[in-house]
Design a protein around this ligand. Structure first.
Ligand code: HEC
Length: 102
């Protein structure tokens, strides 16, 4: 086996956590349009009774990990997205939600 220079291995390993954490609000917007807009509405202006209005920051005063968990598991009439969205997609949609009330 050809050996890989150690410096290269360290450089790649130290970049990996950042790659995993970086969330893309543009992609989040596409996911939102596909899966969330029917209840939470265009720009977060909720179109369904009881669905938080993200444009008014409703439901968003919680840490990202809590929002991600609600999206994974669903909440009351909101369906669970575990198995439908990948972890990265959930992160993307969470950062997108953060853009709606600004
Ligand atoms: C079928 C309608 C529906 C769809 C589709 C839907 N939601 Fe919801 N969502 C709701 C309702 C209703 C609530 C309020 C739940 C409650 O607190 O009873 C909610 C709550 C939330 C909350 C607040 C959760 C909390 O912890 O308080 C977030 C965040 C959220 N939705 C994000 C999303 C995202 C992101 C999507 C798309 C991937 C999505 N929702 C799709 C209806 C929906």
């Amino acid at each position: 086996m050809k050996s890989i220079p150690m410096r290269f291995v360290i450089a790649v390993a130290s970049l990996a956590p950042w790659a995993a954490l970086a969330a893309d609000p543009g992609n989040g917007g596409r996911i939102y349009a596909m899966h969330c807009i029917g209840c939470h509405g265009v720009g977060g202006h909720s179109v369904m009774p009881n669905a938080p209005n993200f444009a008014r920051n409703e439901g968003l005063m919680q840490p990202d990990v809590v929002l991600a968990e609600s999206i994974r598991r669903g909440k009351n009439i909101m369906p669970a997205f575990l198995g439908i969205l990948r972890e990265q997609e959930i992160r993307d949609v969470v950062v997108y939600l953060r853009t709606l009330s600004r």
